[in-house]
Design a protein around this ligand. Structure first.
Ligand code: FAD
Length: 417
């Protein structure tokens, strides 16, 4: 079939150098956030103001470039200074260390808006704030905090988190990475896999077992002898992120690089609770983007002499989407309120992570159907979000693992083994 050039430029050029076969019915600037139950009325004005600032940034600066980066599998690192200026890197940490001192509701709303652009960019912010800055702030020495937190908040340093290994994913208790004490130093050896940011990171938070099998955290500069961070570059998902291995070949670090405030798996698991909380919100953003693209298309695309939004079966899809998003928004609002009251339990995060990832995937798949054939092109954000969400549903605890967490909580029975 000949390629028919569009009559006018599409509103959001995918920047992948390819011609379009039709004019897009999606205008990112026409985004209307679903708020079916007026949840805005429950949010402080300061929170909605910050959210709207991030929303505008994502619409104007992110959506226009992220499709091209995903196509080329490149990370848009030029956005890092803007992430820092908007306070997206460590938003809840105290201002003393460069954080924003914001509430968890604000943190959640920020992640929602960033992931409306792309899950890869929310992953960058989550890893920085929740998996790198959080453990340094919570378990680090004053010297470690002063060394790393302001730089990470400013985007002048990049961090990564190494827990998963080639043979060890859902059960980190089986980790094989070792830390051997040698005088005033530790010698780390092992192999971490699926470490977001690692290839571009300055510092890695590495979790390793000592000679007594106690899990400990270490801050490892990535330019130390024995550290290599090869990228994993064959993924179909989170293509605008940097995802890597971390190979530790007898890496020597001083004891001053150990995180002294925590021992055991509760160290990495507590970081995951922070990051999973951000995922609960972020996935709603991805779902909102997919729903909005489908809603716009349903109003602009005609078949059989009328807009497809006038057909009952298309309406049912849109109603299911807005219903699922509304329930997830309510879940997040309550989760954030509990977290701000210091009353949130990790199991409650598991339930929301499980629900919201699955919800967003279902919304993305249904939105793709509403878009018809055009839905598989890069003129629309939906396939990109759908592919990204396949990682998001897996990382930070798979759907099954969160089922087992909540299952144990409601029955008192451990079904992991
Ligand atoms: P496995 O644990 O091997 O699981 C495979 C399947 O078996 C899954 O369906 C799982 O649910 C199921 N399964 C396992 N155990 C059970 C059970 N008891 N009952 C029922 N089903 C079970 N890790 C980091 O440390 N740092 C990062 O920055 C990071 N970023 C990532 C980025 C991406 C893009 C991806 C894909 C992953 C990332 N991860 C990261 C790793 C991620 O957390 C793991 O992939 C995840 O924990 C699952 O581990 P696994 O892939 O080894 O799967």
């Amino acid at each position: 079939m000949p390629v028919v050039m569009p009559a006018s430029d599409p509103p959001s050029p995918p920047q992948n150098g390819r011609a379009h076969s039709a004019s897009s019915t999606w205008d990112p600037a026409a985004f209307e956030a679903p708020d079916y139950y007026d949840l805005d009325a429950l949010l402080p004005a300061e929170a909605t103001a910050i959210r709207d600032e991030v929303r505008t940034f994502v619409t104007e600066e992110v959506v226009s470039v992220v499709e091209g980066h995903a196509q080329k599998a490149t990370f848009p690192d030029h956005l890092i200074p803007a992430f820092a200026d908007l306070g997206l890197l460590g938003p809840t940490l105290p201002a003393q260390y460069g954080g924003g001192g914001h509430s968890n509701l604000v943190y959640g709303l920020m992640m929602q808006e960033v992931e409306r652009g792309d899950s890869a960019l929310r992953s960058f912010c989550s890893v920085t704030g929740s998996l790198v800055m959080y453990p340094i702030w919570q378990y680090g020495t004053e010297a470690q905090k002063e060394r790393w937190l302001p730089q990470l908040a400013q985007g002048e340093a990049v961090g990564c988190f190494g827990l998963t290994e080639p043979e060890v994913g859902s059960n980190p208790a089986q980790m094989q990475t070792r830390a051997r004490r040698d005088g005033d130093d530790w010698v780390l050896s092992g192999h971490k896999r699926w470490s977001t940011n690692a290839t571009i990171a300055d510092v890695a938070v590495i979790w390793a077992k000592d000679e007594d099998d106690v899990v400990r955290g270490f801050l490892v500069e990535t330019d130390r002898d024995g550290v290599s961070t090869p990228p994993i570059d064959d993924t179909w998902s989170l293509r605008a992120a940097v995802t890597s291995e971390v190979v530790l070949d007898d890496v020597r670090v001083p004891d001053a690089h150990r995180l002294p405030g925590v021992e055991g798996l509760k160290g990495p698991l507590s970081c995951l609770t922070q990051a999973r909380y951000g995922i609960c919100w972020g996935t709603v953003g991805a779902a909102m983007a997919c729903y909005d693209a489908a809603r716009q298309h349903a109003r602009n695309r005609s078949q059989f002499g009328k807009p497809i939004g006038g057909f009952q079966l298309v309406q049912e899809r849109l109603v299911e989407m807005v219903q699922a998003i509304t329930k997830a928004q309510l879940l997040n609002w309550r989760l954030g309120t509990l977290k701000d009251e210091d009353a949130m339990r990790p199991q409650q995060v598991s339930l929301a992570k499980r629900n919201n990832c699955e919800m967003a995937l279902e919304v993305a798949r249904s939105a793709r159907q509403v878009l018809g054939g055009n839905g598989v092109t890069s003129q629309y954000p939906v396939m990109r979000h759908m592919a990204n969400l396949e990682s998001v549903v897996t990382y930070e605890g798979t759907h099954e693992i969160h089922t087992l967490v909540v299952g144990e909580d409601v029955t008192g029975e451990n079904a992991f083994t």
